[in-house]
Design a binder for this molecule. Structure first.
Ligand code: PMV
Length: 303
């Protein structure tokens, strides 16, 4: 085999971000926004995307460069040409770095016949994210590898949900590391107040699991909106996120909340399928960039 293309999805959180850092449960869904990596045998290492063409380059392509180096420890990679295309906005909490990492690992795994299974790919992807980001939960890489709806930290697969998913991007950069550290500080200063909030978020995920199984979107929505209130209470919302969230709710969404670290980045709305366009327009009107998508069962795959 000379050439292969693999893709991996991004993700949203239905419930549980931040609380999951303290061992509470969260529910994540892989969404149908994918990063594609085409790998062709070559004499040198070449990486290309809209970010430009280069060789191993830890500044421009930290994840892909690290994957090539790591996979070179497993197999003999003399050269490889990697072409990356993505519909996942970068650095906005949708798991773009996990998707490019996982798609690249699988492309090299198949091209060089390394024999890595899904669990190995997720574990290797997580170790690469951790090395680059300092701290990273295994959630993004796991969900991107396996697809579907996943309860973490148990890594339990739940039933797929098939309502509308509308993502609203504030376009404002947010640092996951900074927000996680802000919550840690708040927790340290006010443990008696913050600890119960985090454990309530965990209980929302546990209660939500049953509603996901029954596809009770209105009830899932009620819980997501409560979760949003608690995320606001721990200081990770922002005026821009709040604008998009209320616009989505007023336009007929079941629910709308932050997805990921908050502070900027993205919110997610669950909608009846018939209302997705309307919710997307409302998000656009208040200055967000809207993406209509759906939950996908497909984790990393060959294209
Ligand atoms: O914004 P993201 O996709 O990096 O998600 C961060 C989720 C947190 O719970 C805030 C941190 C984590 O590592 O779980």
């Amino acid at each position: 085999m000379q050439k292969i293309t693999c893709s991996a999805p991004g993700k949203i959180y239905l419930f549980g971000e931040h609380a999951v850092v303290y061992g509470e449960s969260a529910i994540c869904c892989a969404v149908d926004l994918r990063t594609q990596v085409q790998a062709c045998l070559s004499d040198t290492v070449q990486i290309s995307s809209v970010l430009g063409d280069t060789g191993i380059d830890h500044d421009r392509y930290p994840y892909v460069s690290s994957v090539v180096e790591k996979m070179s420890e497993i197999t003999d990679i003399k050269g490889i040409k990697l072409c990356i295309k993505s519909d996942i906005p970068v650095g906005s909490g949708l798991g773009s770095s996990a998707a490019v990492t996982i798609a690249t690992i699988q492309a090299l795994n198949l091209l060089f016949e390394c024999g890595l299974g899904a669990e190995d790919i997720a574990t290797l992807g997580h170790s690469i994210e951790k090395k680059i980001q300092g701290v990273a939960s295994s959630t993004d890489t796991y969900v991107s590898t396996m697809g579907g709806v996943v309860m973490v930290p148990l890594k339990k697969k739940l039933h797929i949900i098939d309502c509308g998913i509308v993502i609203g991007n504030t376009g404002k950069f947010s640092s996951t590391r900074q927000l996680v550290s802000n919550v840690a500080q708040l927790k340290k200063n006010y443990p008696k107040i913050i600890d119960p909030i985090l454990s309530t978020i965990g209980r929302i995920s546990l209660t939500g699991e049953k509603m996901v199984a029954k596809k009770e979107y209105e009830s899932i929505g009620v819980l997501m909106n409560i979760n949003q209130g608690l995320l606001d209470a721990i200081g990770v919302s922002s005026p821009e996120l709040a604008d998009l969230i209320y616009a989505a709710r007023n336009a007929g969404a079941y629910s709308a909340k932050i997805t990921g670290a908050g502070g900027g980045g993205c919110m997610v709305a669950l909608t009846p399928l018939s209302e997705a366009e309307q919710v997307a327009s409302a998000i656009t009107r208040v200055g967000g960039k809207a993406i209509i998508t759906k939950v996908t069962e497909h984790g990393v795959r060959v294209e």
